[in-house]
Design a protein around this ligand. Structure first.
Ligand code: SAH
Ligand code: DHB
Ligand code: MG
Length: 222
């Protein structure tokens, strides 16, 4: 087993289960042209998030970390008519690419990309008493994950589903000698979700075209 095999299996699934998709293919091509790093979720992971949001019946979705809008397109497509996705992005350049990709996908009517530090945008939403979100995807700077969780919980309701990306980082999460800020941020996130009696969480490792990583999934209880 090696990374080539993981890639071949992801290609096999993607060809059968997703295929060519003008909006998604365009989003990746335009992101590449604009020089964005290809750290978007893989196609089958994007569809996984999309299905989770539909299973949940999400009408209001929050994303932290937009990049070029690839995962945002998958999530926005899960919304029913009148649904809304708010996606937070620090970089104005990335946000501009994302907005164009989202418009090309005919989703501009239901997606707002908000530029700025995500913590500031979250605090602004809290101050405005924004309506709670049904589904949240956390995928920005991992060092802030525990801080994002604090805010996200205040923007949640019983039943809100929270998914965090990149919680494995090629096994670094469990390497006690690894004190990188992203890794310790992820550990703080796990400490927080496991200490909070209202939250039920699991995490799964993934391998594939994006290497070895994983998702954490939480449901907010009463
Ligand atoms: N969710 C995207 C990938 C996001 S990559 C997808 O799968 O398609 C992470 C993004 O988070 C980058 O675009 C980066 O600019 C952004 N980011 C990093 N730190 C941030 C911060 N403090 N506030 C908001 N966005 C941030
Ligand atoms: C990185 C960020 C991501 O969100 C991801 O899915 C993969 C890599 C990174 O910053 O290296
Ligand atoms: Mg990610």
């Amino acid at each position: 087993m090696n990374e080539q095999t993981w890639q071949a299996v992801d290609d096999w699934f993607t060809e059968r289960l997703i295929g060519a998709d003008d909006a998604l293919d365009h989003a990746l091509a335009a992101s590449g042209k604009a020089g964005l790093r290809s750290i978007n979720v893989a196609p089958n992971q994007g569809k996984f998030l999309h299905l989770l949001a539909r299973i949940q019946g999400a009408k209001r979705i929050l994303e932290i970390g937009t990049l070029g809008g690839y995962s945002a397109i998958w999530l926005a497509r899960a919304l029913p008519p009148g649904g809304q996705l708010v996606s937070l992005e620090y970089s104005p350049e990335n946000a501009a690419v994302a907005r164009a990709n989202i418009a090309h996908a005919n989703l501009a009517d239901r997606v707002s990309v908000i530029t700025g530090l995500a913590l500031d945008s979250l605090d602004a939403m809290l101050a405005e008493q924004t309506a709670p979100f049904d589904f949240v995807f956390i995928d920005a700077d991992k060092s802030n994950n525990a801080n994002y969780l604090d805010r996200v919980l205040k923007l949640s309701r019983p039943g809100t589903v929270i998914v965090a990306d990149n919680v494995v980082r090629r096994g670094r999460i469990a390497d006690a000698d690894d004190h990188d800020a992203d890794v310790t941020g992820l550990r703080d996130y796990f400490d927080k979700v496991s200490a909070d009696a209202r939250l039920d969480t699991t995490a799964v490792q993934t391998v594939g075209s994006k290497g070895w990583d994983g998702f954490a999934i939480t449901i907010v209880g009463a």
